[in-house]
Design a binder for this molecule. Structure first.
Ligand code: S3P
Length: 169
């Protein structure tokens, strides 16, 4: 999946629990490419955890930090970037990703995401199933339109998804 754009990054987008971070890390190790996670980058730059930022500064402030974190990747090359599930909520982020590379959407089932989310300890902004489901429905078209490539992860093992994505690198 050759990028026609500047930095040659590959951005993995999709709902929480789709496995974006694990995948970026895995592919990074396989192909000796640097990988990072926008959530970890925001935390490092802000000096606070995501849950702290949501709780004490609010989502709008978190989204601004997320955009600044993305902007900071313009000086890097060939990264595998796992994006926070809400990255597509900010239209500027979609522009930035397309300026710097390509977006790969890991398209999964809501119930599978929910299972993952629940097995993870702290998800400050996923209060209820209804709330999470509304977000999922709201975001699906956003992911789809942002995606240069969509990988259907339903019913696929992590290994299968890794191989599909490895093929495009
Ligand atoms: C969010 C997803 C999280 C993190 C924050 C907000 C969201 O990222 O950015 O909690 O709005 O969906 P992951 O999808 O990497 O867990």
């Amino acid at each position: 999946l050759a990028s026609k754009h500047g930095c040659d990054h590959i951005f993995f987008i999709g709902f929480l629990g789709a496995g974006k971070s694990t995948l970026a890390r895995n592919l990074g190790r396989m192909f000796k490419r640097r990988y990072l996670d926008t959530d970890r980058l925001v935390e490092r730059r802000a000096g606070h955890s995501i849950s702290y930022l949501f709780r004490n500064k609010g989502e709008a402030s978190f989204r601004e930090l997320e955009t600044k974190a993305l902007e900071s990747l313009a000086s890097e090359r060939s990264l595998l970037v796992s994006c926070g599930g809400g990255i597509v909520e900010t239209p500027r982020n979609i522009e930035l990703m397309h300026e710097m590379g390509v977006c790969v959407y890991l398209d999964g089932e809501f119930d599978d995401s929910l299972r993952q989310i629940r097995s993870l300890a702290s998800r400050p902004d996923f209060r209820s199933r209804e709330h999470a489901q509304r977000l999922y429905q709201h975001r699906r078209p956003l992911y789809r339109s942002a995606a240069d490539l969509t990988v259907d992860i339903r019913g696929r093992s992590f290994e299968d998804v890794s191989y599909i994505c490895a093929d495009m690198l």
